[in-house]
Ligand binder design. Sequence first.
Ligand code: EPU
Length: 339
Amino acid sequence: MTTPQHIRLADYTTMRLGGPSRMVTAGTADELADAVREADDAGSPVLLLGGGSNLVIADDGFAGATIRIATAGEDRCDDGDTVLLDLAAGENWDDLVARTVDDGLSGLECLSGIPGLVGATPVQNVGAYGAEIADVLEAVEVLDRSAGSVVTMGAADCGFGYRTSVFKHSRQYVVLSVRLRLTRSPLSAPIRYAELARTLGVQPGERAPLGEVRAAVVGLRRSKGMVLDPDDHDTWSAGSFFTNPIVPPQAVPDGAPAYDAGDGLVKASAAWLIDHAGFQKGYGNDRVSLSTKHTLALTNRGGASTEDLIALAREVRDGVQGRFAIELTPEPLLIGCRL
Ligand code: EPU
C-alpha cells in the first residue's frame, strides 16, 4: 500500500469534479482489505475509488480515507463449453471485454466501451444494449466489513436488479474479485436491444459475430458521447445521470418509449422525459450542460463545480416532475452532496 497522498478527487473522476482528499493506493486484494479494515478500526469513513466513472463528489472533497483500487490479475479455468474467469476488482473493464471478444468468449460483447473497473460492475449491475453483468456473474469475493473477513457470495446473494444490487446501498461489502462464466463461441449472446439489432442488420433474438457486436456497440456508445474522450466534453460525465423510472403503464406520457419491467410495471425513457420537459441536448450553460449527444448525460464543460452540476440536476429533476409527475432518481453515487 502506498503512503497517503494529498490529492484532488477531480483528477480521478470522469466528471473531473470533487475536492481534496487523502488517498492510499491498494495494489493487491490483501492491501485493499487491510486498508479498509484499518480505516474501519480508526472510525474513518471510506471512499473506494475505481475508475471514477460513476461518482459525483462534493467540492469540499472527502474527509475520510480514499482508497484507490489498483489490483490486477485474471485466472481462467475451462468448464465444458464455458470458461470461468476470476478477475481482480482493479482490472480495467473494457480491456477485459476486448480480450474475451478476441479469445472467442461470448457474454460480455454487448457491454463494450463502458468505462471503469471490473469490481464496480456488480455494484450497480452494469448494463447496456440488452445485457447486464448479472447474466454472466457466478460469484463475488468480498470483504465483509462487519465481520472483517473475506467471503464469497453467489450471484443469488447479490440482490441484482435494474442498476442495483446489495452492494449499491450498503457499505457492508467491498468487492475484491469477480468470477464470470463465459461461453466458448464465435457468436454473441442473442441480441435483445432493437437499436443494436438494427445496426447489426439482424433480427432481435439472433446472434452475430463477437467482433461485429463489439464494434457496433462501441460505435453506438460513441455516437451518444458514452465513450471517454478527453477532448470531448460530452464525455466528461458519469454516463446516464438518472435511471429510467419504473412506473405503472398509465403514468407514461403519450409517445414516450417504455419497456416491460415485470410486475405490471414499465421502464420509461428518462432521456425522452427530459427532452420533452424542455431540456434539449446541450441545455445548460458554459460550465455544465446536458450532453449535446444525449439528454441523459450531465456534463462538465470545463470549468464546472459540483455545486453547478447539482443545480442543473435539480432543475432537470424538478422540470420532469412538474411536467410529467414522474420522479427521476440519480444513478451515480453521490458523495457529500445530494439532489
Ligand atoms: N432519447 C431522447 N433524447 C436523447 C436520447 C434518447 O429522447 O437525447 C430517447 C429515444 O427515444 C431513445 C430512448 O431515449 O430511443 C432510449 O435511449 P438510449 O437507447 O440511448 O438508452 P437509455 O435508456 O437512455 C440506457 C442506459 C445506458 C445504456 C443504454 C443502452 C440507463 C439509465 N441507461 O440508456 O447506460 O448504455 O441504455 O443500453 O439505463 C449508464 O448506465 O451510465 C448508461 C450509459
